[in-house]
Design a protein around this ligand. Structure first.
Ligand code: SAM
Length: 338
């Protein structure tokens, strides 16, 4: 019997949330995407255990919640659909999310809630409603004339990411990366074990996120202060890693060829971080040559790249995600496969 899950994605970026989810689910090998709509995605899988969902929820940065998908119908058929609802545990509540005409949310919640309660009574049970922490949260996602019904399994806790914001770390610089973006980039490398390298590691924003999900950490930075600070940050989160002073254009000298299972990085991109005098495009392209040598065949490179830089590489470009850093600066998060 297949299980079907609905994932509610963050709306703060157009392509990254679904790309992150796809990348992480690809590690499990048996999740098939059935449908994406608005900010949710529906998958079927042969997995049933909640343990796997808990692991997922600790890993994903841009997913809000995970639900058991019950079914969908047209709005005109809602009564018929509700009549066929499988029996669920009490107490329960009904929640409606309207993607259009949001002002009607409350009245639709009452309407659907009323129908559900009638159906329960007709089946001979007594409806027990609890708005806070019910056993079953029945959720209805309504878009256009379609209704998607599910029950919430878990809400993803955002606090751990908030607790790792740059200013909560002992060593901070203006270049320090937001932990959620760092986590998404790590997730796009499609690894849950093995060696990961950040050849422009700075304060360690990417390495910390990779360490928390259990990857073996390697970092390189040309700046001695960054190397020391990065080590301090890793220690602060009880993470071990090999961080050394070096040049991202000469990685094979330190590590040899085909050494890493993934490379995730955020090289200097202009005013905020130093390129130590080198022309930014040459720095990127010279580093790409070295990165390609130390990455294992089939593995992924995930790199943030300013939009005005033209990357030349033999590696295969898999995905590009445009991201706004501030009002005047945009960059691409690029995913390559060797
Ligand atoms: C944008 S910052 C990385 C920020 C990092 N993601 C963080 O969370 O702190 C880029 C880093 O690249 C380093 N860098 C510049 N040129 C380099 C080179 N040729 N090799 C290695 N590191 C270099 C800079 O010292 C800087 O720390």
């Amino acid at each position: 019997m297949k299980n079907v899950f609905l994932f509610v994605l963050s709306g703060e970026h157009k392509t990254l949330p679904i790309a992150e989810l796809e990348a992480v689910l690809s590690l499990a090998n048996d999740f098939d995407l059935l449908e994406t709509k608005k900010n949710f995605a529906i998958y079927k899988t042969s997995r049933s255990g909640s343990r796997f969902l808990k692991i997922l929820s600790r890993r994903l940065a841009l997913t809000h919640s995970i639900h058991k998908f019950i079914g969908s119908c047209y709005w005109k058929d809602i009564e018929k659909f509700l009549n066929a609802l499988p029996k669920f545990e009490m107490p329960y509540r009904v929640r409606v999310r309207l993607y259009e005409n949001k002002e009607k949310t409350e009245s639709l919640e009452k309407q659907i809630g009323g129908l559900v309660s009638e159906i329960i009574k007709r089946s001979g049970r007594k409806p027990v409603i609890k708005l806070e922490k019910p056993k079953t949260s029945l959720e209805f996602f309504i878009t256009g004339n379609e209704v998607y019904c599910c029950s919430k399994i878990l809400e993803i806790d955002k606090k751990p990411f908030a607790d790792r914001r740059p200013r909560k770390k002992p060593f901070v610089k203006p270049v320090s990366m937001d932990p959620r973006i760092a986590r998404v980039m790590v997730n796009l490398s499609r690894k849950d074990s093995g060696r990961i390298l950040d050849p422009f590691c700075g304060t360690g924003g990417i390495l910390i996120e990779a360490g928390i999900i259990g990857l073996k950490l390697f970092g390189v930075d040309r700046d001695e202060e960054m190397v020391k600070g990065c080590k301090r940050n890793l220690e602060f989160f009880n993470l071990k890693g090999e961080v050394r002073e070096g040049d991202a254009r000469n990685l094979e000298k330190s590590f040899g060829g085909n050494f890493f299972d993934g490379i995730v990085t955020d090289p200097p991109y202009g005013r905020l971080s130093s390129t130590k005098g080198s022309d930014t495009e040459s720095l990127y392209n010279e580093s790409m040559v070295s990165i390609e040598r130390v990455l294992k065949p089939g593995s992924f490179l995930v790199m943030a790249v300013p939009t005005n830089i033209n990357i030349k590489t033999k590696m295969k470009l898999i995905e590009i995600h445009r991201e706004r850093i501030n009002r005047s600066l945009e960059r691409n998060i690029m995913v390559y496969r060797k």
